[in-house]
Design a protein around this ligand. Structure first.
Ligand code: HAM
Length: 413
């Protein structure tokens, strides 16, 4: 019989990876809630038209990477390639704008893109992200950028660079697009294959193409920040001023444009040089036009998403998920008492393992060793009679006889 494997581009998360994953999402939840964000969980699949309209038909995500299928009711559905469009769909559907003027959501979960798998790039991957809806102030842009940066810092991830840019509103971008096409037309033969097709319908994408040929071609290209109107320029200046106030160092990168069509004004990415080609850990920006696009509402918004697998690759320190204590019991009589002790330890929040079957002392200690626990609790007839336990520190090779409460106190130290 052929043994089945996980589908190409997908990964099981277990063992140490699961400990990392949990640490990342738990820390993110703490940070996001500290900034007043609340959780939103949207469905894994949506109507295909949501992503086409929201992300844009000309983007790589929509034109090449979506997992689209027809369900038994003949509906065209798509596994979500990202979270923003669905959060906006939900916000509009439930008319949240009528109930509050500023809404802050965070989310975590699987996203799906049919990309070529490589280190840090999967077909099913996990994101954590936030969307703040209803606020146009540049303080929001800076605060959200700072929040993501502080989250990564809290996770102990260093050597990060915050790249920021402003791509302005529709009008400035249309003007800039023309300038850029004029610049690219004489050199279009030198562009890579992807950019040769992109350059007419999505020329801004040529700016952040990773192909060395294209990087050379765009040297000296007009800068989008020069095409911004006064208001857009002032907004961007304010974002930078607040980033300084919030203590976030950043680099201005006029070639940063992002791969999804809904952005306007501020865009940014947090990158590392430790992940090779997939160096973007987190990306986001303002999308003031998306709510008009999807629901005819002029509501400004800003958000970001980070790849959890990429953060996992960078994470060095995280709490282990191995149990702290292994309980070993000897003699039929001790069994019920030992399970009572396990219950007390677990109620106190101590990660506890216990033998299910009677084993020799030697076999039990070997098991404790294999589990990697720091402590063993040993319960025999004598401990049972005295209502005590033996607490053994496996690293220091010391042991003492204690009451259960004393053992709990010792373990919680
Ligand atoms: P994005 O840049 O497409 O933005 O994705 C955000 C992050 O998800 C990336 O920086 C990367 O860490 C991770 N990621 C993307 N694709 C993959 C993949 N195939 N494998 C592993 N990780 C991946 C968005 O998704 C926007 N919705 C972000 C946003 C929220 N903008 C405003 N609000």
């Amino acid at each position: 019989m052929k043994l089945l494997k996980a589908v190409r581009g997908t990964k099981d998360i277990f063992g140490e990876d699961a400990a990392k994953y949990n640490y990342i999402v738990n820390t993110a939840r703490e940070v996001f809630e500290a900034y007043g964000y609340s959780m939103i969980k949207t469905p894994i699949f949506e109507e295909t038209s949501l992503f086409k309209r929201g992300i844009g038909e000309g983007t790589d995500v929509v034109s090449k990477e979506m997992y689209t299928f027809t369900d038994r009711g003949e509906r065209s559905l798509t596994l979500r390639p990202e979270g923003t469009a669905a959060v906006v769909r939900s916000y509009l559907e439930h008319k949240i704008y009528g109930k509050e003027d500023f809404t802050k959501y965070y989310y975590m979960g699987s996203m799906f893109r049919y990309e070529r798998p490589q280190a840090g790039r999967q077909r099913e991957f996990n994101q954590l992200g936030v969307e703040a809806l209803g606020e146009a102030s540049p303080i929001l842009d800076a605060e959200v950028i700072a929040m993501g940066y502080k989250l990564l810092e809290k996770l102990g991830i260093t050597d990060l660079e915050v790249n920021i840019n402003s791509i302005g509103g529709n009008e400035s971008r249309t003007k800039y697009r023309e300038n850029l096409i004029n610049f690219l037309t004489p050199v279009k033969e030198e562009l890579c294959e992807d950019c040769a097709t992109r350059y007419e319908n999505n020329p801004l994408r040529v700016l952040d193409c990773k192909n060395p040929k294209c990087k050379e071609v765009i040297v000296g290209a007009p800068k989008i920040t020069d095409a911004l109107n006064d208001e857009e320029k002032a907004h961007f200046e304010e974002v930078k001023r607040y980033l300084d106030i919030f203590g976030v160092k950043y680099v201005e990168n006029s070639n940063l444009v992002r791969g999804l069509d809904y952005y306007s004004s501020t865009v940014y990415e947090i990158v590392t040089n430790k992940l090779g080609a997939q160096g973007t850990v987190l990306g986001g920006g303002r999308y003031d036009g998306l709510l008009t696009q999807l629901g005819n509402k002029e509501i400004p918004a800003f958000g970001f998403a980070a790849g959890i697998e990429r953060i996992m690759m960078l994470l060095e320190d995280y709490p282990s998920n191995t149990p702290e204590v292994h309980i070993v019991w000897m003699g039929e009589e001790a069994e019920a008492y030992a399970f009572g002790v396990a219950d007390k330890l677990r109620s106190a929040g101590i990660k506890t393992n216990i033998e299910f079957v009677k084993k020799s002392m030697k076999a039990s200690m070997k098991k404790a060793d294999k589990l990697g626990v720091n402590y063993a609790i040993i319960i025999g007839d004598q401990e049972l009679a005295e209502n005590k336990v033996v607490l053994k520190n496996l690293a220091e090779r010391t042991q003492e006889t204690l009451s259960v409460d004393e053992a709990v106190a010792e373990l919680l130290k």
